[in-house]
Design a protein around this ligand. Structure first.
Ligand SMILES: Cc1cc2nc3c(=O)[nH]c(=O)nc-3n(C[C@H](O)[C@H](O)[C@H](O)COP(=O)(O)O)c2cc1C
Length: 384
């Protein structure tokens, strides 16, 4: 199970190809579009989200709503392209439009400068168009398809916001039910009591021309024992989850279970005791469902930490790459914070990794074949 994306932020469209889905999975387009809508939502987003109404158009890999086992091709159109055609047309650009959109003062925190130097581009727009988190819409579409496969095995993924700036508590460990957050929640706060402080923090940041980051929890329920492996470094599922979540724009740290908080405690305070009562059970889940890179049957619980958005209205000291003189970083329409949306993107990434691990363990070309293998494994485990 994998996916590949293409597309510039203000280009005509985003393109996604998802491979590795078995045949016979019924997809529901409203579920895909719902996740795309959840990614666009959130207090503190910029004006772009008012222009775009993302919809996934599937052009290959399904027939009559059911997967065929072939690559699934998805298109998400950029409505904003109409406003950017002069500067972003793949074949012909208008000089005046391109000049107006030219980026010459790199934004610290973005890859503008390093990307320009690396690819030899003097208009830094050539870098930021692809580096932009607009790409995360592609991930959410791919993740929504992975979620449909996981649901066939009872696995569900949820997320919620722990903190935005200094508001909230990044170390709070929510229960599964607390992650059932309504789609229209303004900041997707796990604890309703944190919401007012989060909204106020965003308002204050906006007023000051500033931006904010924050912390998120992403969790998966009903994950079977035995996904991932300890036998090779790159088969460890915690490592794969870490890579997937760290690849999300602006995510700078990831932890599993109690993560950083566990490093301050003693062994018996951290490790989840085992007992047998009609199966192996734990009363705590500080490990976040992973031991030795292998799922242990508990919920998989991941935390992601997002840095503040790099495009600030007040600007950050930088340099004009034409004159090499000091120049504050350029600003264009941007989010004040995107922590709530980041949670939805992280859900997608966790879904892709877990769906991949399920495909690896249970194989099969069709869903029916995969389910037979899954059931046989569960039957065997009953005797363990
Ligand atoms: C959902 C989402 C939306 C984002 N929106 C913006 C934005 O509007 N403006 C911006 O400058 N950065 C935005 N970012 C963050 C940048 O993409 C990120 O700072 C940039 O990719 C560099 O971070 P990196 O080094 O982790 O890739 C967003 C990130 C996410 C996950």
């Amino acid at each position: 199970m994998n996916f590949l994306t293409a597309g510039e932020s203000h280009g005509p469209q985003l393109t996604v190809i998802v491979t590795g889905m078995p045949a016979g999975v019924r997809l529901d387009r409203t579920n895909i579009d719902r996740d795309l809508m959840r990614r666009q939502h959130g207090y503190g987003r910029g004006g772009r989200m008012k222009i775009e109404r993302d919809e996934a158009e599937i052009t290959a890999g399904i027939r009559g709503g059911e997967t065929l086992g072939s690559p699934i091709a998805i298109t998400i159109r950029n409505a904003d392209f109409d406003n950017w055609r002069g500067a972003m047309d793949p074949w012909e650009i208008e000089e005046a439009d391109a000049k107006k959109r030219r980026v010459h003062a790199p934004r610290p925190g973005h890859v503008d400068l390093a990307g320009g130097m690396k690819y030899g581009r003097r208009d830094l727009r050539d870098v930021l168009e692809r580096a932009s988190a607009r790409e995360t819409a592609s991930r959410v579409a791919a993740g929504a398809i992975a979620k449909e496969l996981l649901l066939q095995f009872g696995i569900e993924i949820r997320s919620g916001v722990l903190s935005i700036g200094a508001a909230g508590d990044a170390e709070y460990t929510p229960g599964w039910d607390e992650l059932d957050i309504p789609d229209d929640s303004p900041v997707r706060a796990i604890r309703k009591t944190d919401e007012a402080a989060m909204l106020a923090a965003i308002d204050a940041a906006k007023e000051a021309g500033e931006t904010l980051g924050g912390a998120i929890v992403i969790a998966a329920s009903n994950v079977p024992v035995g996904l991932g492996s300890y036998v090779q470094w790159n088969e460890k599922l915690d490592g794969q989850i870490g890579q997937a979540i760290l690849s999300v724009h602006a995510v700078k740290a990831v932890s599993i279970g109690d993560g950083i908080a566990a490093a301050r405690k003693s062994g018996s305070e951290v490790h989840d005791a085992i007992r047998f009562q009609d199966g192996y059970r734990r009363d705590t889940n500080r490990a976040g469902g992973l031991e030795g890179g292998v799922t242990n049957g508990q919920h998989v619980v991941v935390r992601a930490f997002m840095k503040p958005i790099s495009t600030t209205r007040k600007g950050i000291p930088s340099v004009d790459i034409e004159t090499r003189e000091p120049h504050r970083s350029q600003w264009e329409r941007s989010d004040v914070t995107a922590v709530p949306a980041c949670g939805v993107v992280c859900e997608a990434m966790l879904a892709i990794v877990l769906a991949g691990a399920m495909r690896k363990k249970f194989g099969g070309d069709s869903l029916a074949e995969m389910k037979r293998s899954f059931q046989a494994y569960l039957d065997d485990l009953r005797n363990y």
